[in-house]
Design a protein around this ligand. Structure first.
Ligand SMILES: Nc1ncnc2c1ncn2[C@@H]1O[C@H](COP(=O)(O)OP(=O)(O)OP(=O)(O)O)[C@@H](O)[C@H]1O
Length: 251
């Protein structure tokens, strides 16, 4: 059974169509990177996958996403949206929100331990008592990732999670996503950094104009594809046995 399945999805806002006949299947254990230019429809697709929009053409573990209750879905999907407005809530309590699908009236010892472990994994345990509106952009990003991980989901959906992060933190977040997928779960990540995606993802889904125009492994990444998707010339070199995309500014 596919973890995620989208079949011929058309979706839009206020009568203007954004996603055109999008089909996608994701397996257990995959780390899928969704790439493409601004406005291509990546976030819109992810919101459909996350159940933010109830699209019956999206199936999660073989069942249409609109047939899940909010609580059921929260145990299966951890979603890290692109922009979150920080309020006064403290970091610890925000991450504890991720445990809500499991909690009774009060958090159990297991919930508290799960929050502590997640904060530690993202190296933000020292920020536990800080309110969100006093965090840096990168710290806030890590809190949002921690909240989604504390949900212990089967599927992790992250919309540009490495935005705002320094180089080391980018690698840490990608390693967490890689380990998540390697543990038999599934991660789908929207990214702009093609080279970072190349180092960590198994599969690359390129979108443009609301359509998926390429979907496959490393072999789909060619200079022709970058010309088509982004309108830029590039060269693909090899460093440490891995492909690296370099912009060709000479021609
Ligand atoms: N809530 C909304 N209401 C109306 N139009 C929207 C809404 N959200 C997105 N759009 C439009 O849908 C199109 C796709 O947007 P989307 O955010 O999915 O693109 P994206 O590929 O994630 O872009 P980016 O890389 O810039 O984040 C854009 O033209 C955008 O203006």
């Amino acid at each position: 059974m596919k973890v995620l399945k989208v079949k011929n999805l058309n979706f839009g806002y206020n009568g203007s169509q954004i996603l055109h006949n999008v089909s996608l299947e994701v397996e257990r254990g995959e780390l899928v990177a969704i790439l493409g230019p601004n406005g291509a429809g990546k976030s819109t697709l992810m919101k459909c996958l996350a159940g933010v929009f109830k699209c019956k053409r999206v199936e999660v573990f073989g069942k249409p996403i609109n047939e899940y209750s909010r609580e059921e879905l929260a145990k299966i999907i951890g979603y890290v949206p692109q922009a979150i407005v920080p309020g006064f809530m403290r970091v610890f309590d925000t991450v504890l929100l991720g445990r809500r699908p499991y909690m009774g009236l009060r958090p159990s010892k297991k919930d508290i331990e799960a929050v502590k472990a997640t904060l530690k994994m993202l190296k933000i345990d020292h920020l536990a008592m800080k309110p969100l509106n006093r965090l840096s952009g990168g710290e806030l990003q890590k809190v949002n990732i921690a909240r989604a991980l504390a949900q212990e989901p089967e599927i992790l959906l992250m919309d540009e999670p490495t935005n705002n992060l320094d180089l080391r933190s980018q690698v840490e977040v990608m390693k967490i996503a890689r380990e998540f997928a390697d543990s038999g779960k599934t991660a789908v990540i929207i990214m702009h950094d093609v080279n970072l995606a190349l180092r960590f993802a198994d599969r690359f889904v390129f979108m443009k104009g609301g359509k998926i125009i390429k979907d496959g492994g490393r072999d789909v990444l060619t200079p022709e594809l970058f010309e088509e998707v982004y309108g830029v010339r590039s060269v693909i070199a090899e460093v440490q046995g891995a492909p690296v995309v370099i912009l060709d500014l000479e021609s």
